[in-house]
Design a protein around this ligand. Structure first.
Ligand SMILES: [Zn+2]
Length: 443
């Protein structure tokens, strides 16, 4: 439904939000009308796949690459396929690189922990599993004006005509597009982007239109900064001591029920398999998917409330390493929580962009181990999950609040931002700690 252009380091730059209007059905006046599109889809998909594989392996993604593979598609269509494939490959490469960086950080953290001699019995050495190349399964065509043109209809029974080029030379397909009332409302007074997305599902063809919206940042650079820590016990903890949402309580109980249900199902499967049954109950968990959706709804609610209660403030939040969260969560047997935690920073970024709030993602290294008073970094500062108690200055508070304060202080901390890796962050923090010691007469 929504897409956001990447936010660079300037938090006061206006944000361009691309909003999608989905689920517009392509109505065919007669059954055979969309057949030309049905014919085109597999050819397009196969070609797009070839370029995805090329751009994920031998070549860097290049939207303007000259056509390489033989196909019956026109050159215009080939260019569309190349462009789409480059986009898919680029985001695959970016995500993979990010995951690999997270893995390297995790590995460093793991060895650090081993060297400090406080090994966690449940901790395992992180392992890297190479990603497989994306496989396009469903026909999804991101068409541009070279192959698909949307024009307002003169006839009042339809809203638009969509003219699509086909496999046949100079033969075009004209499809009437009828909008639902809520589509019409969403698109009112908007300039529709020239690129459109066509999706083929089991029940036919669907169209997605989109428009851009520029949101200026409303926050004053002098506005107070609020640090936001992300976690399992509290989805969000702000540096002024507020908590929003939690995995504990209702969600945890639901998760437990879901797990029990899946276990029972697995047991039943094993039992039936032994007896040689042909039909086994499915392993996919509908309730698990529902629970996941529910968790994300709770996250959205928590993030919304946090923004509503901090109007006028600027937001500093963590770059969360999803791999780290998963790795930490293994001990808690709560993989589900971890995979949803990554949704929180995304939701913060989206809310900030849409509300015109200045927000910055800061480095998360040692944010939970650093003392927000004296900068001492020590794993032993966390005697348990909830408590922070500094071994040097004795500062003691809720662990999430201490982390939120560190995140707040990292807003505009260029020295910290410039650190290349965890090691550099630690060295900088310990240097600051030494300065604090000198200033406060500690030996
Ligand atoms: Zn301290």
């Amino acid at each position: 439904m929504k897409q956001r252009k990447r936010r660079l380091t300037d938090p006061y730059e206006p944000q361009t939000l691309t909003r999608a209007v989905t689920h517009i059905r392509l109505e065919a006046a007669n059954a055979g009308k969309l057949a030309a599109l049905d014919d085109l889809a597999p050819v397009y998909l196969a070609l797009c796949q070839q370029y995805v594989t090329l751009f994920c392996t031998d070549e860097r993604p290049n939207k303007l690459r000259a056509p390489l593979f033989p196909t019956s598609l026109s050159e215009r269509w080939q260019r569309v396929a190349i462009q789409q494939a480059a986009g898919i490959a680029q985001s695959w490469r970016t995500n993979r690189a990010q995951a690999y960086q997270d893995y390297v950080d995790d590995l460093l953290a793991y060895h650090e922990q081993q060297a400090e001699g406080i090994p966690d019995a449940e901790a395992e050495e992180p392992a890297w599993k190479e990603w497989s190349i994306p496989v396009l399964r469903q026909a999804c065509i991101q068409a541009n004006a070279n192959v698909a043109v949307l024009e307002p209809s003169q006839d009042s029974s339809f809203d638009y005509w969509l003219t699509i080029s086909t496999l046949q030379f100079r033969k075009q397909l004209c499809v009437p597009v009828k909008l639902a009332a809520y589509h019409r409302e969403a698109l009112k007074d908007k300039t529709i982007n020239t690129s459109v997305t066509l999706n083929k599902r089991s029940d036919g063809w669907w169209l997605t239109l989109s428009y851009d919206k520029v949101v200026p940042v409303q926050t004053e650079p002098s506005a107070p900064v609020v640090g936001v820590d992300v976690g399992i016990a509290n989805f969000l903890t702000t540096s002024d001591g507020q908590h929003y949402g939690t995995f504990h309580g209702k969600l945890a109980a639901r998760h437990k029920r879901d797990r029990q249900k899946r276990r029972r199902k697995a047991k039943l499967r094993r039992c039936l398999k032994k007896k040689g049954a042909k039909k086994l109950p499915s392993t996919s968990s509908k309730s698990g998917q529902r629970l996941s959706r529910h968790v994300r709804q709770e996250i959205n609610r928590a993030v919304n409330q946090c923004f509503a209660e901090h109007e006028g403030a600027q937001i500093a939040y963590e770059h969360l390493s999803v791999a780290t969260m998963k790795y930490k969560a293994r001990a808690m047997n709560a993989y589900l929580y971890a995979s949803n935690l990554a949704h929180i920073p995304k939701q913060i970024a989206w809310n900030a962009a849409r509300r015109g709030v200045a927000a910055i993602r800061v480095k998360s290294a040692y944010s939970s181990q650093e003392c927000s008073m004296c900068h001492n970094v020590d794993r032993a500062n966390r005697p348990n999950q909830q408590t922070f108690c500094c071994r040097v200055c004795g500062y003691s508070t809720h662990a999430d609040l201490n982390a939120a304060l560190n995140i707040e202080h990292r807003w505009g901390d260029d020295e910290l931002r410039a650190c290349k890796d965890r090691k550099a962050v630690k060295a900088l923090l310990m240097q600051r700690h030494q300065a604090w010691r000198t200033q406060n007469g500690y030996p």
